[in-house]
Write a new protein. Sequence first.
Length: 305
Amino acid sequence: MAPTDHAHRTVRYLSGQYGENAVLTVGQASRKRQEKSRSTKNLAEKTVDNWNKLTTVLKRYSLKHLLSSQFSFSFLEACPPCGDYWKPWTGWTSCTNGEKTQTRSKSLDLNKQTSEFTGMDCSHVEDRIENRDCPDSHLKWISASTAKSLRNPENYANFVMPMNRYKYPENKYQMFCRAEIDGCNYPGSLLVRTDGRWVCSIITQGKIYFDYGGHHNLYQVLWNPNGPANIAWLPWASGSDSTSFPDKSVKSDAACGLTLGRYNDYNEAAMVTSDGNVYYNDGGSYDNDWEWDNNEYDILIEKGV
C-alpha cells in the first residue's frame, strides 16, 4: 500500500473518531494516535499503582484475605434509629407513703443494640423519665404506735381487714402490717388478740417473720380513714397467667412489685408478687409455716383512684 493511501485511511479513521468535519494531515493523525496511546498507558500505570497501594495497606493491617482477582460490591445496611431499642416502661413508683408524684422510666437495651449492630453507638441516649401526680389516695401506712392510738377498741373499721373474724377464737381482728426486710417493704398479717396484744407476722418469699418487732412496734399498719366503702376485693382468677394488675391495686412496695391480696381458702392476708404468685401464712401466725399458690386469691383495690 502506498504511503498516501495509508495516510488517507488514517485520516478517514480519525475523522470518524473526532468528527466528520475534522481535517487532519498525516502528521496530525500520527500525533493523535500517539497521544491516545500515552493516555491509555498512563491510565494503566495509575491503576497498577493504586492496586499496589491498596495491597500494601491490606497487608499492613493483616487484611490479606480481602485480596482477590475479583471483587464483589454490596451496599452497607443502614443503622436503625436508637429508638428501636427502648426497653418497656418500669412500673409507677408508690403513692402509699405520702408521695405527691409518681415516676416511671425506661432505658435503651444497649446489649441487644450492640449485638445486632456492632459499630452503632447509642450510649449517648439518656433514659426517659415520666412523672404524674399521685391519685387522691386515702390509704396510708402509719406506725404501729400511731395505729394503736387511733383505734376504737370495739371497731376496727378504719383498718383494712381481709376478714372480720379470724379462724382462731383468740384473735378478734386481722389487719395488714408491713416492715422493711432486705430492702423491700414486705406485708404481713396483723392479728389483734382478745388479750389486746398485736402480733404482726411478715410474709416473704422465703419465710414468715412471726411477731415481727414484738413490743417495739417495728412495723407499720395500713390505715383507711374513709372506712370499708373506700376499698374492694378484686377476684384475680387468672392468677399468674395475667400480671397486669390495675393501677388502683394497693401496694406494699411498688418498687419491689409487692401487692396486697387475700388467699381465698381462709381469706387470709397475703402478698402477691409481680409474677402473679401469692404467699401467705398457713399456721395462724403461730409458726413460720408459709405457703404459696399461683391462683385462688383476690387483690385489694382502692375505689375512686
